[in-house]
Design a binder for this molecule. Structure first.
Ligand code: SF4
Length: 365
């Protein structure tokens, strides 16, 4: 039971870490050194913190832990995408997806073990929700992949990742407190120091939380919309039974956007479900008074869920209707399809394994 009483220093804010270090009888500047080791270098043990002195390192090992996730598995796609599977201290599995491109290195981060939202097209939904990830478990996905990229690509840069998207397993705003604490660590100048412009959080539309998210953080918002009317959205995203599209759009219009920013609307195109010309026209109408851009994603098929992808010509016709209506719309390249790392495919199963939906979970926190 010893571990239970130890403090997880990785999830502490700089202020809390200072209090903790001072409580050990150390000078406050030691906390800053420790913070840098944890969040700039991604240290996973106290032994490697060579400028802390042996006595302090031994003391820390006695009373503290670094609650980082550990790499369990990696799968590499032909397109350069790498899916990492991480194991938490209690044996839970979560996935993060590294997507390098010519001008950026993006990590898709998970915020929960499984998900409670029950979107019927999504592999993660079949897991149900096991638990929220802690701030330490969220930030350590980023630290671990920074280390991997440094090693794999022979880079000296402490933080080779350039962009973070919170679109992995889980609904980030369902775990808002821990998400917020993690963002503070990831944006800290003595940590990875990500700019708010380079972090995007995606939500299915927990309406009251969108308002709070806008007030308490400064990162970018994406809405996973996926339907142009309530009838379809009710069917594929149970959260819509609680907050209708009109409620969601009202929250988007009220969102405190920073200058020059737009809200991204993610729209997964599924054949015969939400990809008609009428859908495109209704979607354009929904977005007329919101600074928006639309990412169209051709559905990544998950065995057993019963949805099919929209073909290229239909996706392009859909995009053209949005374009003609003055809505910026882009067909997003699917990354990592061959390793089940693409949007909606994260479910801790190997390529080709069939998914058996366990339950359909009511939406909402
Ligand atoms: S799409 Fe996102 S919110 Fe919906 S079930 Fe999947 S992980 Fe959860």
């Amino acid at each position: 039971m010893e571990a239970v009483t130890k403090t997880d220093v990785l999830g502490l804010s700089p202020e809390a870490l200072t209090q903790f270090v001072v409580g050990l009888g150390e000078q406050p500047f030691r906390a800053k050194q420790l913070f840098k080791w944890l969040h700039q270098r991604g240290a996973v043990s106290f032994e490697e913190m060579t400028d802390l002195g042996k006595g302090l390192r031994a003391k820390l090992a006695e009373v503290a832990v670094i609650g980082a996730v550990e790499k369990d598995l990696e799968q590499r796609s032909v397109d350069g995408t790498i899916k990492y599977r991480f194991r938490t201290h209690d044996g839970k599995l979560v996935e993060s997806v590294y997507m390098p491109s010519a001008d950026r290195k993006t990590l898709c981060v998970s915020t929960q073990v499984g998900c409670a939202m029950g979107c019927t097209f999504c592999a993660t939904a079949t897991l149900g929700l096991t638990r929220h990830l802690t701030p330490a478990e969220i930030v350590s996905q980023v630290h671990a992949v920074n280390r991997e990229v440094r090693k794999n690509e022979g880079l000296q840069l402490l933080r080779p990742l350039t962009n973070l998207v919170f679109m992995g397993m889980g609904e980030p705003l369902h775990n808002f407190e821990n998400l917020k604490a993690a963002l503070e660590l990831l944006q800290h100048v003595d940590g990875p120091n990500f700019s708010s412009r380079h972090i995007t959080v995606s939500t299915v539309g927990l309406v009251p939380m969108i308002e709070r998210f806008g007030r308490e953080t400064d990162v970018k918002l994406a809405i996973s919309l996926n339907a142009s009317n309530d009838e379809t959205r009710d069917r594929i995203m149970p959260v819509n039974k609680r907050w209708k599209i009109a409620d969601l759009m009202a929250a988007c219009r009220a969102f405190p956007l920073k200058q020059g920013r737009r809200i991204t609307f993610e729209y997964v195109l599924m054949a015969g479900v939400n990809d008609t010309d009428d859908d495109a026209r209704r979607l354009a109408a929904l977005l007329t008074d919101v600074p928006a851009k639309v990412n169209l994603i051709q559905y990544n098929e998950n065995v057993g869920l019963g949805f099919a992808t929209t073909q290229d010509n239909r996706a392009e016709a859909f995009r053209a209707i949005l374009d003609a209506a003055g809505v910026a719309a882009f067909i997003r390249a699917n990354r990592g399809r061959d390793i089940a790392a693409a949007c909606g495919q994260l479910a801790n199963v190997s390529k080709g394994a069939a998914l058996t939906p366990k339950r359909s979970v009511a939406a909402g926190p």
